[in-house]
Design a protein around this ligand. Structure first.
Ligand SMILES: Cc1ncc(COP(=O)(O)O)c(C=O)c1O
Length: 363
């Protein structure tokens, strides 16, 4: 088989997999403290590989195949905090390609096991700021292809439509009482999801605005405020999947209407609150998204607007049973979630303002 016919068959395999798949659910989430404001979570944890990265992995593989970058038997390599790697391991196995994930050594064991479940290998790096460099070196050494989600996430996804996450949200909202969301809320890892949402609403001339909720240990918020893309941090984020020590190329500040920086303790408290309300565990970035959505609800209340907000459940909490859902781990990390949990409950249920630590970092 020539490389070209192998690539055509590989594209068919991915498209056939897509054809067999269903869309993810849009779940209403009542906000008793904000009458007239309807919140929805798009449940991206219901993809076959358990996170919103299933969409990105499919797009990255198709992009690489259409660019002629993937070859039979040559490994695919990715720098990831885990979720993207799990989804890419799934697609690599579908195509019969070896897969190596380059991840921070702090990545949860469950994610490492899931990558292995799909036949991928994990290459762990002690310093989380070095995963990009380590991936480049590994690709050079093995003759493989470095997918580089942080570079290509914003362009591998078809932002105009083609069943991207934004188009799916607008389709699913059609029969709601406020079908055009006032705010779409998402937290940035690569920045790819935010880029898709922001471009789509402009292209389709919707009046929906995009709020981006950053993690505490991350440079995106400061870069958005100052315009300085050279900012760096010496350490990684504690909220797996989001928050980065450098301003990633896929982060597009121009499509963002508002940004908020969420303290990690509040993200984790919101994650626990969400899990209690939904009756199942969700990941920490979903908690960050809830705080972002509450910030958006606060803005709507100030403006005297009724309407809707849509945000995401990015992944399931089953990946974090030994960390975010383990009291000993939380204590060892210095987290006491009692006060933040009470604050989240009061905001959602009684409409209390969010803690000053969030409002001070909202722009
Ligand atoms: C759990 C989780 N939530 C949110 C995100 C952010 O998505 P994006 O990379 O599109 O910015 C990621 C990305 O890695 C993730 O793994």
């Amino acid at each position: 088989m020539t490389d070209r016919s192998w690539a055509l068959d590989a594209i068919r395999l991915i498209e056939a997999d897509f054809q067999r798949s269903a869309d993810t659910h849009l779940i209403p989430f009542a906000l008793p403290g904000f009458p007239g404001i309807d919140l929805y979570f798009k449940d991206e944890s219901s993809h076959p590989t358990g996170s919103l990265k299933h969409r990105l992995a499919r797009s990255l593989f198709l992009y690489a195949l259409c660019n002629g970058w993937l070859k039979p038997d040559k490994p695919v390599i990715e720098a990831s905090s885990g979720s993207t790697a799990i989804s890419e391991a799934y697609f690599a196995r579908l195509l019969g390609l070896p897969f190596i994930a380059v991840m921070p050594a702090s990545t949860s064991q469950v994610k490492i096991e899931q990558i292995a479940f799909y036949g991928g290998q994990s290459h762990l790096v002690d310093d989380p700021t070095q995963i990009h460099q380590a991936s480049l070196e590994l690709a050079e050494r093995t003759g493989g292809h470095f997918m580089d989600q942080f570079l290509y996430a914003e362009r591998a996804t078809d932002w105009r439509a083609n069943n991207n996450i934004a188009e799916s949200i607008f389709q699913q909202m059609r029969l709601e009482r406020h079908p055009e969301p006032d705010w779409l809320v998402s937290s940035p890892g690569t920045g790819g999801t935010v880029a898709t949402l922001g471009r789509y609403v402009r292209y389709r001339q919707h009046r929906s605005r995009v709020l981006c909720a950053d993690a505490e240990q991350s440079v995106f918020f400061e870069a958005y405020r100052s315009g300085d893309r050279s900012l760096t941090l010496a350490h990684g984020s504690r909220i797996e999947g989001i928050g980065r020590p450098r301003v990633e190329p896929s982060f597009m500040p121009g499509v963002i209407d508002s940004m908020v920086k969420v303290p990690d303790a509040l993200s984790l408290a919101a994650m626990h609150y969400l899990s209690e309300r939904l009756g199942r565990r969700v990941g920490a970035s979903s908690g960050t998204n809830l705080i972002g959505a509450l910030a958006a609800a606060g803005k709507m209340r100030e403006e005297g607007r009724h309407g809707s907000i849509v945000t995401l459940l990015c992944d399931s909490g089953e990946r974090y049973v030994s960390t975010y859902y383990n009291n000993d781990w939380l204590t060892a990390q210095g987290f006491d979630l009692t006060a933040p949990l009470a604050a989240v409950r009061q905001t959602v249920e009684q409409g209390a303002p969010l803690p000053a630590s969030v409002l001070a970092h909202c722009g």
